[in-house]
Ligand binder design. Structure first.
Ligand code: KG4
Ligand code: ZN
Length: 361
């Protein structure tokens, strides 16, 4: 039987991307066009500017993805597109392109939940830099999705079937990291995806994570919260911004490094604490044992996050599976792959489908 060939389109935030992926797990092409410079000068992502960028870039991004894969729309089995959650004007650009392409070529269309795509990417076995292969986790597995828009703890039971165990009550971890990075006056790292987060990680690598410990409280660690699964990053973010101002930290390289390291450590400690609660609960309740801990989303490309969560997972006898960094940040590959998984599960959509900017999983 011939493998499925799927075109994936992702325009939910500021990256315009398209990719062609097969059901036998080959990535035939992946094209990402970022708008970093544009948004860095604005100090953040402006939805209407981002959607104008998608409008300009998407046709050539899709053409390049098809050409690099040495295919054309008639040879594609299905078009997958991010349906939500995301910025309304940005989602529309991708949705309209995908529906028109699919309708003209008479191909099925699949609307993909952006967070489901982040989670399922872990099942797309890909080659590591050293040539070894990541194992594909079977269901059920625990998933921590950490990005600029979400901090979500899910138990993945099957394609389209997730138990939400916890989410953030305010800011997403990536959002807090971005604000902290900005307060420290860090320049967005060039040549790598993830902008402010990468800059913070690089600064933190040279810092002492205990130096400013007493100024940055561990979120949701008060007595009434110790047993509850949930996240909160806004208090930590505000404490960080206040500390940077009061101690005049920005501008002094060592102070910046120490503050970045302390802040990064607190974010990770908070993730660890709540993840342990979720794993304890799951070990107690599950008839079918978990197969893995999957961590994905832009913040999962942080190497300290990876190594700390790997240690945590192994203390529960679970492997940590993170997609390779470039598949942790937003990309078309994950949309194409989630499309393949949904197609195989018979979860098709129709051409009247609309975007769902706020879409619980
Ligand atoms: O998944 P993603 O690309 O987009 C969203 O769906 O939000 O995640 C972007 C987030 C940003 O907040 C960015 O600063 C953060 O991921 N990020 C990082 C790193 N790389 C990206 N945070 C910490 N360390 C990194 N190396
Ligand atoms: Zn994302």
């Amino acid at each position: 039987k011939k493998p499925l060939v799927v075109l994936g389109i992702e325009t939910s935030c500021d990256d315009t991307s398209a990719a062609v992926v097969t059901s036998d797990r080959r990535i035939l092409s992946e094209v990402v066009r970022t708008q970093h410079q544009l948004h860095e000068s604005m100090g953040g992502i402006v939805p209407t500017i981002a959607s104008t960028g998608h409008m300009k870039n998407l046709p050539s991004v899709i053409c390049e993805a098809l050409e690099t894969a040495n295919t054309n729309i008639n040879d594609i089995d299905c078009v997958a597109v991010t349906r939500g959650p995301g910025l309304p004007p940005c989602l529309s650009v991708g949705m309209n392109a995908a529906k028109t392409l699919a309708a003209v070529a008479r191909k099925p269309i699949i609307g993909v939940h952006h967070m489901e795509a982040h989670a399922l990417t872990a099942r797309l076995t890909t080659e590591n830099a050293d040539g070894s292969c990541l194992p594909a986790p079977a269901f059920p597995f625990m998933t921590l999705l950490i990005s600029g828009g979400h901090t979500l703890l899910l138990q993945a039971n099957a394609v389209g079937d997730y138990d939400q165990l916890g989410t953030t009550m305010d800011d997403a971890v990536g959002e807090a990291i971005d604000k902290a990075s900005r307060a420290l006056g860090l320049k967005w790292a060039q040549g790598r995806r993830g902008g402010p987060g990468v800059a913070l990680e690089q600064a933190a690598a040279k810092g002492d994570p205990s130096r400013f410990d007493k100024f940055l409280p561990l979120p949701l660690s008060e007595r009434e919260w110790t047993k509850k699964i949930g996240f909160s990053f806004s208090g930590l973010k505000t404490a960080m911004i206040r500390m940077v101002e009061q101690h005049k930290i920005a501008g002094n390289d060592q102070d910046v490094a120490d503050a970045a390291a302390t802040f990064q450590n607190k974010c990770i400690q908070h993730l660890e604490q709540k993840l342990r609660l979720a794993l304890d609960k799951s070990v107690k309740q599950n008839n079918t044992p978990l197969t893995a801990l999957v961590v994905s989303g832009g913040v999962a490309s942080n190497s300290l996050v990876r190594s700390r969560l790997e240690a945590l997972a192994s203390s529960y006898g679970l492997p940590l599976i993170c997609p390779p960094p470039k598949l942790c940040t937003d990309n078309g590959v994950m949309i194409a792959w989630a499309g393949i998984e949904r197609y195989q599960a018979g979860l098709m959509d129709d051409y009247e489908m609309t975007t769902i900017p706020k879409w619980p999983i």
